[in-house]
Design a protein around this ligand. Structure first.
Ligand code: 5GP
Ligand code: ZN
Length: 111
């Protein structure tokens, strides 16, 4: 999608600190980190969020596998995976992304 921020990062039209990329996904550091490690993992293909019918099991598996690979590359054993699914719970960029957060104490449930 031409007006999507994360599609532009995937296309390298907007710079980002890439942590890992493969055929299906790109992982990059959050511009406003909420933890010492805060990486976003996105599918190269534009889907809005989990509720998008384009977010099929194959794509979701690729994104979650990439999140696991990011954690491994960053040397993380304990980390939180989060998805804000919809504006009402804080989704602000409407291209599916998994947050990988680590490096500080975390409370539950999240705020
Ligand atoms: P959401 O609130 O949609 O779950 O998460 C969107 C995330 O994208 C936020 O944590 C925000 O800091 C991050 N973000 C917004 N704009 C940019 C950007 O231009 N570059 C990077 N690397 N992260 C961004
Ligand atoms: Zn997009």
């Amino acid at each position: 999608m031409s007006d999507c921020l994360f599609c532009k990062i995937v296309a390298k039209e907007i710079p980002a600190k890439i942590v890992l990329e493969n055929e299906h996904t790109v992982a990059f550091r959050d511009i406003n980190p909420g933890a010492p490690t805060h990486v976003l993992v996105v599918p190269r293909r534009h889907v809005i969020n989990l509720s998008d019918e384009g977010a099929d099991a194959e794509l979701l598996g690729q994104v979650m596998s990439a999140a696991r690979d990011v954690a491994k590359k960053e040397g993380l054993t304990d980390y939180r995976i989060a998805i804000n699914n919809g504006a009402g719970v804080g989704q602000s960029v409407f291209h599916l992304h998994v947050h990988v957060l680590a490096g500080r104490a975390m409370s539950w449930p999240p705020g």
